[in-house]
Design a protein around this ligand. Structure first.
Ligand code: RP5
Length: 165
């Protein structure tokens, strides 16, 4: 894990890591220093609160919170810090992640959670959105972000070589 992380990934369970590795991979690709921890809103609430309370002082700019089921993690994080919280709903054991999507997205007015798509796409987009936030005040990150977007565009253009008959 990075010595001076800018992004903290919190997961409700180790079982979320297989999906959230996609987030970590994307942050690495964009050269954003990050750390990742398991901390649960219902199993280890004190750990979540302590982590979020100290996040700004430790230099974090964004927290990505991933949880499944009745997913309270992102909302609990948001209650304890004014740093942007990006919520990633995990596919759980029922409803294909719709439970986590609604639990994460439907924050009452006043304490927002920016909620991404369910699963892998959300994990990747959380990393990109965190990078976009950091890029607002860091020109080098902005350059890497633009390069990343351009390479995505070039790949999509190169992929348009279907043999249609
Ligand atoms: C949530 O419950 C976790 O974020 C995970 O997505 C889900 C299931 O957790 P485990 O029972 O696999 O630990 O808190």
């Amino acid at each position: 894990m990075a010595e001076h992380p800018l992004v903290g990934i919190l997961m409700g369970s180790k079982s979320d890591w297989s999906t959230m590795q996609e987030c970590a991979k994307t942050l690495r690709q964009l050269e954003i220093p990050f750390e990742a921890h398991v901390a649960s809103a219902h199993r280890t609430p004190e750990k979540v609160l302590d982590y979020c309370k100290s996040a700004e002082d430790r230099g974090l700019k964004v927290i990505i919170a991933a949880a499944g089921g009745a997913a309270h993690l992102a909302g609990v994080c948001a209650s304890k810090t004014h740093l942007p919280i990006l919520g990633v709903p995990m596919k759980g054991w029922a409803t294909e992640g719709m439970d986590a999507l609604l639990s994460t997205a439907q924050m009452p007015a006043g304490i927002p959670v920016a909620t991404l798509a369910i699963g892998k796409a959300g994990a990747i987009n959380a990393a990109i959105l965190a990078t976009q936030i950091i890029a607002l005040s860091d020109p080098a990150t902005r350059e890497r972000l633009l390069t990343f977007r351009e390479s995505q565009k070039q790949k999509a253009l190169a992929d348009d070589n279907l043999e249609l008959d």
